[in-house]
Structure formats: C-alpha cells, structure tokens
Write a protein that binds this ligand. Structure first.
Ligand code: ADP
Length: 461
C-alpha cells in the first residue's frame, strides 16, 4: 500500500479521501487555493500546500503546480477526486510520466470515454445499447435537421465534451432544433472549449440509472449495483438512491452485464460509473461513463458495505479485489440529498457567504459528508455543493422516514440551501411510491409555484 499520497481536490471529497487514507495508514497531502485556507481538508490532512489563487484555473486546474507540490511532498500517488482534473487524460499521463500513480483508470480509458461521441460509437460496436442518434458529430444545422427528421422529434443536442448538464438542449421541432443546435454549440465552446455536438433521441420521462463499477489490474471487473439518479435539476443530480425503486433482479443482471461489458471494452481499471437511461418500456441505453469516483458513491457504500475510496487506493496500489460478484449483497436502502448553497426557489441562484450556525443531523443510519462548519465562509468560486446527507435503513420506507427526520434536524443559518426542496421531495406521494422520472423536480416546482407555496419560516432564511 502507499505510504503517502496527494489529493488534487477540495471540499467534501478531499475530506472523504483523507479519511480513507487515515484508516489505511496512508499519510495525506492536501493542496489548496488562497480561498480555501480555512477549509476542513486543509486542517485534516497531514500536510497542506497552497497552489495558487482562488479561481480554479489558477490553482486546482494547474497541472504544473500540483505536480510540483507532489514532488516537494514526495508522494507516491495522486487522488484526483471528482471534477477539476479527475477526467483529464493529459493529467493522468503527466502523473505517470513523473512516476506518480494516478488513482484512477489508465489515461487511454479516460480518453476513450471522455469524448461522448467516440464513446457512443465504441459502445455500439461492443453491443451495449446506445440512445438512437447521430453516428458522429453533427457539423451543420442542415445535418441536424436531417437526422432529427429521421429519428423523430423530440431530440436532444449534446456536447461531445459535455458534463454537469451543460451544452445540452432539447428540441421538439425544426425551428427549435436550429436554435438548440447553435445555443448548445456556443455553450459547449464556452464551457469546454470544444463546440462539437451530437444528436440523440430525447427519451421522454426516463429514469437515470447508473452502475458502480470496480475493476482491478488483473482483469476482474465487478458491479456494486445501481443508483437511481432521476431526481435532477437542470439535468444535474440532486437526490440519489439505491436500489432503484424500479429495479428487478432480472433487470439488474442485464444492466450490470452491459455495464461490465462497457468497462471491459475500454480496458477500465479502478472505480467508474456507467450511466444509462431507462425508458418506460424497460429498455435501457448507455449515455456516458464517468471515469472517476462519483459524488453519490456513498449510497452504494451504505447498501453494500464496501468502501469505494479504499478500494480505489488498493487497486491503484496494485492489489486485487478481495471479493467476487457473488459476494456483493444489497442489504440496505440508502438515499443521498445534495445540500447545495443555492436558492431552489429563485432559479437555483448560488448563495455563497458565511455560515452563521450549523448543526448537522446524527443518529442511527445517518451519514453527513461535508467540509463546512459554523463560521465557515463559502467561497463564490467553486461548486455550490457544501454537504451530502446520506440516510439508510433496512428498507426504502425506513430510509425515507429517516431522511425526512434528518432534514428537519439539519440547521444551517446564513446561505440559502436546497434543504427546503429536499423536504418537499420527501413528502411527495409519487416520490414515496418510487414513481418518478428525470422531469420530477421541474413538475414539482411548477406545482409548488402555481400553489404560491409558502415555506416554513425557518426555511426562509
Ligand atoms: P452530463 O455529462 O452533462 O451529466 P449526461 O449525458 O450524463 O450529461 O446526461 C445528464 C442528464 O441529462 C441525464 O441524466 C438525463 O436527465 C438528461 N439526458 C441526457 N441525454 C438524454 C436523452 N437522450 N434523453 C433524455 N434525457 C437525457
């Protein structure tokens, strides 16, 4: 096992990795920007090195500074977390070139899955079902119109280098497609410096179901079951649960097999996630692979009892997976609510600033992964997620009741958060019955708005 590693990230995921390191007897080195001096990851790591100014481009995305920090601290490996450089194949190559282990897949696998157009093609050839759409990038609005007429409206224009729900536009007819094509391209150019877009059939009211994969260097690839991530705002996940309320053991077998096939096709090693859309007929389609640890990995950990971050470290250190597919049991139900510093009732506007007071819930079956505390000032430069509340129990009802109880116990004064929205979701009869799709949150919000929703006073702060 490694003796010392560096974590090229911030926030709760940096804290999460430090915790795994401590339990495995690995020394940890944090890197931080000038805006993160007071962040918990800096205080919890064994060493901490400042790598630049607040904007990510000047710090967490600066490969040369991170490598210099790794060399100065003399670490054997780098954990990239999620976001930032975690899916940057060049960064993985630079690490390997400097004799530092990248705690993630080989750069070739990142590359193969990083371009979504190429990934679709690779999956199609491997026999993994993909959403009907364009064969490659779409070069002009005429071409987009031709393909859309062939596959039928509605369609979705997506960015080849996309992520975080950006560079994606739905179109229901020719004029809206022309508009969607140009907006998606310019958004993709701005966000990813890559204007390449492609077209998919827009699957109506699907569920987003993803499979957690673990693969070791000896060629053993397993799945840890699924997560249902259909509760989304603007195509970004908000609440995730495992198992999916619609999963059957037959479907899990089928989707799990396709997910393993997808990972094996690109020579995948380490932890990764295969994302699918499941339509109303029970047909599923690959949409993308995330070649890193996911924000929502804790729900799988609570269901299976497997520590995914420790497995990442073991795999990167060359160890074999100590269990087989048949040993993986799905004994519990777990739900995660993303607590973001944003105003769900005002267009999800970010709400950075000082946390005047924070009390997090506890008790049986409650886990809180976070990097903030009372008095912490949320900087405006980074992602708005400040905590993840995970609740689990023997069955879905217990997990839901526990989550509702824990959300009531969660007190955060200062910035606005997604907590009131989560409370609404947990109360919704359709959610309680497990009947929901990716359009659930939009529908819930428009009903709430029409009803002139009054929030409880303590939620208005
Ligand atoms: P990103 O990489 O930006 O997260 P994804 O391809 O993973 O993009 O898609 C994110 C979300 O967008 C999905 O969970 C789903 O809600 C929606 N989406 C993507 N593709 C389609 C599609 N073809 N039909 C319907 N919804 C889609």
């Amino acid at each position: 096992m490694f003796d010392k590693i560096l974590i090229a990230n911030r926030g709760e995921i940096a804290v999460r990795v430090i915790r795994a390191c401590k339990e495995l007897g690995i020394r940890s080195v944090a890197v931080y920007s000038q805006a993160d001096v007071d962040s918990l990851h800096v205080q919890l790591a064994d060493e901490a090195i400042c790598i630049g100014e607040a904007p990510s481009k000047e710090s967490y995305l600066k490969i040369d500074r991170i490598i210099s920090a790794a060399e100065v601290a003399d670490v054997e490996a780098i954990h990239p977390g999620y976001g930032f450089l975690s899916e940057n194949a060049h960064f993985a190559e630079v690490c390997e070139g400097c004799n530092i282990k990248f705690i993630g897949p080989p750069s070739s696998a990142i590359r193969a899955m990083g371009d979504k157009v190429a990934a679709r093609e690779t999956m199609r050839k491997a026999g993994v079902p993909v959403v009907p759409g364009s064969d490659g990038p779409v070069g002009s609005e005429e071409e987009a119109l031709k393909i859309a007429r062939k596959i039928g409206y509605p369609v979705i224009v997506k960015a080849a280098g996309g992520g975080g729900g950006r560079g994606m536009r739905v179109a229901h007819n020719d004029p809206s497609l022309v508009k969607a094509y140009h907006t998606a391209r310019s958004e993709a150019e701005r966000a990813f410096s890559n204007a390449t877009v492609y077209l998919e059939k827009y699957v109506e009211d699907p569920r987003h179901i993803e499979f957690q994969i673990l693969a070791d260097r000896k060629g053993k690839t397993l799945h840890l079951g699924e997560r249902d991530c259909s509760i989304q705002r603007r195509h970004q996940k908000l609440l995730e649960e495992s198992p999916s309320p619609v999963m059957t053991s037959d479907l899990r077998k089928k989707m799990g097999k396709a997910a393993i096939k997808a990972a094996e096709t690109v020579g995948y090693v380490n932890a990764g996630t295969i994302e699918f859309l499941l339509d109303k007929n029970g047909d599923f389609y690959f949409i993308e692979m995330n070649t890193r640890v996911q924000v929502e990995h804790p729900v799988t950990e609570e269901v299976t009892g497997i520590d995914i971050v420790k497995e990442q470290l073991r795999i990167a250190a060359g160890e074999e997976l100590a269990f087989d597919q048949k040993n993986i049991e799905f004994n519990r139900c777990a739900i995660e609510c993303r607590i973001n510093a944003e105003d769900p009732f005002n267009n999800y506007q970010p709400s950075p600033g000082r946390i005047e007071f924070l009390h997090v819930p506890g008790g049986h079956g409650v886990r809180v992964d976070k990097h903030v505390y009372s008095g912490y000032v949320i900087p405006p430069y980074y992602d708005s997620m400040i905590a993840k509340l995970i609740c689990y129990g023997r069955d879905r009802r217990t997990a839901m009741d526990r989550m509702a109880r824990a959300l009531d116990e969660f007190i955060l004064r200062g910035p606005k958060t997604t907590i009131p929205l989560h409370k609404l979701i947990l109360k919704d009869p359709n959610f309680r019955r497990g009947r929901y799709s990716t359009s659930f949150v939009d529908r819930l919000m428009s009903t709430a708005n029409q009803a002139g929703l009054q929030l409880p006073t303590e939620d208005k702060k």
